[in-house]
Design a protein around this ligand. Structure first.
Ligand SMILES: Nc1nc2c(c(=O)[nH]1)N[C@H]1C(S)=C(S)[C@@H](COP(=O)(O)OP(=O)(O)OC[C@H]3O[C@@H](n4cnc5c(=O)[nH]c(N)nc54)[C@H](O)[C@@H]3O)O[C@H]1N2
Ligand SMILES: Nc1nc2c(c(=O)[nH]1)N[C@H]1C(S)=C(S)[C@@H](COP(=O)(O)OP(=O)(O)OC[C@H]3O[C@@H](n4cnc5c(=O)[nH]c(N)nc54)[C@H](O)[C@@H]3O)O[C@H]1N2
Ligand SMILES: [Mo]
Length: 686
């Protein structure tokens, strides 16, 4: 079907096809820190334009180019319109239309069979970031899986190492929000790419610079924000721990540590100081391959300036040292004495600001097996106690987004595996399904859009009717509960009922405010000052700089550096950051132009490669074929492919995740996408 949005240049409220148009206010719940308020123009029951609204003052009426095109997904040729069951071989992508009743009956019978044969743990529910709202995950789905006693999923694809560090140090204390950035005199944007991953931060950074703030960016690539920075440290991927420990050492050894603050508000500073001791500026600069004088200047500026803010991103966590890097970075404001002033401290995910307890789940977690989602390939091909007999995928596209793609696909291709994929579009994962269920998008149902950069919560409401036979998650999981005899008195009946229960179950007056159309805030407020308005959510409200549990669980202990996994055969570090085309793999079905491997001119020259050459990127795990672009915006020794590619985006149906090992980060059991080490060669000469 041709997209009604293509070529449409309408501003919201401006009819494009003739006839009356109405504008519906809603909000974007996709996995992005910003959570924009939206104005969607609807005409003849169809979305004709999508733009920002002023409902959310932080997102200021402008939105990203991706969500502006979301209508192309809603009405696009990849949209799933009705349930279907497999008719070809596994992965062939041939399906026959089924009714909801047939599809759900089949799923229920396979759940019951698996449970009788190998127990509930042989069923693996698999979900992640596709839908970040309160109504689309962790409600009736959780109720169903808990009561059924399925395997539990450790959600580790993203934010597991930074989350573990933040939890251990600060109990996930809320952090500095965009509004307060202009108060800072020094801002370090560390492993974060706001021009793509959270665009509404950029004007606040500009305002801070206008008011005289110094901007430091730490990133292997010269991103747009790195170009605007006063100092850019183009570190080698995976070496942030060394850089951060060198700054700690500079503070401690130079008498610049805030001993009074450390005494009053922290534990374990001496142990941290010990571990930082070997990291002279020179040694860290050598390991990170940056200029020692520039690193020293960063340490000096951090010691001298206040308010000083560190924005810790996710780019630095996706490697073997990611957890300890996040620990060392997040510990800096404690040692430097940077808390207690507006604009000072750290900024990271604010997703824990609302103190949600999710009473609406209505079931306790069973003590069943935990499967780390990063190990999906292994789970499907190796686990036997019990094996995974049934896989139920929703809010996630693991064939495209999980490490070791080759093994994941081999697992999904198992003829004896029963796979359900519940999604909006025919994803790479859905191609491998036994049963496909069509899901609504956030423009066809309710949800709660919870920002995690700024602190805000908004209600997303239906803009158009569900497309085809698509149904919201709550309806489907509620019906599965009922069909399996797992419904309990008082359970919500479908989406609207769940909406009411969630509004009732939100802490304080948040639910009431939302239903009255007000903008609620959590107890910590919209822009809390750390150590004035908010304190660590640790038992004694102190910062634990050397948590014993993490020291015991990290492979080499806390604040230790694990060397680069490069070999002579695979010398290049492949990173796969966010692009401005997709949110993870969401919207990856739309045609795109940026699917190229970016390589530094020196690395291209020694390989005899030139701009536009088709190349093979390979290691022992897999191989990806795509065109090359040569640019000095990436550091030498590092290459980059966008994250979120669909298999069809490359020349050989294989994406960056095929080259990523399924090894786990030092803390938090997270995915090490950026530990992929590869070689690159011309495809023509292969
Ligand atoms: N447009 C868009 N926005 C998104 C997303 C998206 O896919 N597209 N995804 C959303 C999600 S799920 C997330 S988690 C966030 C991610 O948001 P970000 O924190 O921006 O995460 P990345 O894009 O992975 O990496 C950020 C930067 O880190 C750099 N980097 C890579 N390795 C290292 C390293 O070892 N050290 C340092 N210092 N830097 C490194 C990369 O070059 C990149 O510029 O964005 C969210 N917003
Ligand atoms: N190579 C590489 N890969 C990466 C990363 C990387 O750095 N490098 N980073 C990773 C990161 S940061 C993340 S967060 C993960 C994300 O990986 P995923 O969790 O797989 O997220 P998406 O790719 O966005 O896929 C989400 C799917 O959920 C579907 N969906 C959305 N809303 C709903 C709903 O309401 N109901 C149902 N049933 N389905 C819905 C969407 O259509 C989409 O297909 O990817 C990771 N993948
Ligand atoms: Mo993510």
């Amino acid at each position: 079907m041709a997209s009604p949005l293509k070529g449409a240049r309408a501003k919201p409220g401006e009819p494009v096809l003739g006839g009356p148009a109405s504008v519906v206010e809603t909000a974007c719940p996709l996995d992005c820190p910003d959570a924009c308020s939206l104005a969607v123009t609807v005409q003849h029951g169809k979305i004709v334009a999508l733009d920002g609204s002023r409902g959310n003052p932080v997102t200021e009426g402008f939105i990203c180019a991706k969500v502006r095109r979301f209508g192309e997904r809603v009405y696009g040729p990849d949209r799933l319109l009705y349930p279907a069951v497999r008719k070809g071989r596994k992965g062939e992508g041939r399906f026959t239309r089924a009714s909801w009743d047939e599809a759900l009956a089949l799923i229920v019978s396979r759940f019951e069979q698996a449970k009788a044969r190998h127990g509930g743990a042989s069923i693996l529910p698999y979900s992640y970031g596709g839908s970040n709202g309160l109504l689309t995950q962790d409600n009736l789905d959780a109720t169903l899986w808990r009561r059924l006693g399925t395997s539990r999923l450790a959600r580790t694809l993203c934010a597991a190492p930074t989350g573990a560090a933040n939890q251990a140090l600060y109990g996930k204390m809320p952090s500095v929000t965009y509004q307060d950035y202009p108060e800072a005199k020094l801002i370090v944007v560390w492993g974060f790419n706001p021009s793509v991953s959270g665009i509404h931060m950029v004007p606040y950074l500009r305002e801070a610079q206008k008011r005289g703030a110094t901007l430091i960016v730490i990133d292997p690539r010269t991103t747009a924000i790195a170009r605007a920075a006063d100092i850019h440290l183009a570190v080698k991927p995976g070496t942030d721990i060394a850089v951060a420990l060198a700054i700690h050492r500079y503070l401690f050894a130079g008498g610049r540590a805030d001993e009074g603050f450390l005494q009053a508000h922290t534990h374990g500073a001496d142990r941290l100081r010990e571990r930082a001791e070997p990291w002279t500026i020179e040694r860290a600069a050598e390991v990170a391959q940056v200029d020692a004088a520039a690193l020293e200047q960063v340490a000096r500026l951090y010691a001298e300036r206040s308010p000083a803010l560190i924005r810790c991103g996710w780019g630095l966590e996706r490697n073997r040292n990611g957890g300890n890097a996040a620990m060392a970075i997040l510990a800096l404001p404690a040692v430097g004495g940077k808390f207690g002033v507006r604009g000072g401290g750290f900024a990271m995910s604010n997703s824990a600001s609302w103190n949600l307890t999710r009473p609406w789940i209505g079931a306790d977690e069973p003590a069943s097996r935990v499967v780390n989602m990063t190990h999906l390939g292994r789970a499907l091909t190796e686990y036997d106690d019990p094996p995974v007999d049934v896989l139920f995928v929703y809010n996630c596209n693991p064939a495209a987004t999980v490490p070791d793609q080759t093994r994941v696909l081999r697992g999904l291709a198992r003829e004896d595996l029963f796979t359900v994929v519940f999604d909006q579009v025919m994803t790479d994962t859905a191609q491998y399904a036994d049963v496909i269920l069509p899901a609504t998008t956030f423009l066809e149902g309710y949800d709660f859009a919870k920002a995690y950069g700024p602190i805000s919560m908004q209600l997303a409401r239906p803009v158009v009717d569900p497309i085809g036979e698509a149904r919201p998650n709550a309806d489907v999981f509620g019906e599965l509960c009922a069909r399996l005899g797992l419904r309990r008195e008082g359970d919500p009946e479908g989406e609207l009922d769940l909406l009411v229960q969630v509004l009732d179950g939100l802490p304080g007056t948040i639910g009431g405010d939302l239903s009255a159309g007000r903008r609620p805030l959590p107890a910590c407020g919209a822009a809390p000052v750390q150590f004035v308005d908010v304190f660590p959510n640790t038992p004694d409200r102190k910062i634990d700089l050397f948590p014993a549990a993490l020291e015991a669980s990290a492979p080499m202990g806390l604040y230790r550096f694990q060397p680069d996994p490069a070999t002579d055969r695979y010398p290049l570090a492949l990173i796969s950051p966010s692009s401005d085309r997709t949110i993870s793999s969401t919207l990856g079905e739309l045609p795109r132009v940026d699917v190229k491997l970016t390589m530094h001119p020196d690395d291209a020259r020694v390989r005899g490669l030139e701009e536009g050459d088709p190349v093979r990127i390979f290691n022992d795990l897999g191989e990806v074929h795509c065109p090359l672009t040569v640019a000095a915006s990436i550091r030498q020794g590092t290459v980059s492919l966008p994250k979120g590619l669909w298999r069809r985006s490359t020349l050989n149906n294989s994406t960056g995740t095929a080259l990523a090992p399924d090894t786990l980060t030092d803390l938090g059991g997270g995915a090490c996408f950026n530990d992929a080490r590869v070689q690159v060669a011309s495809l023509a000469r292969a």
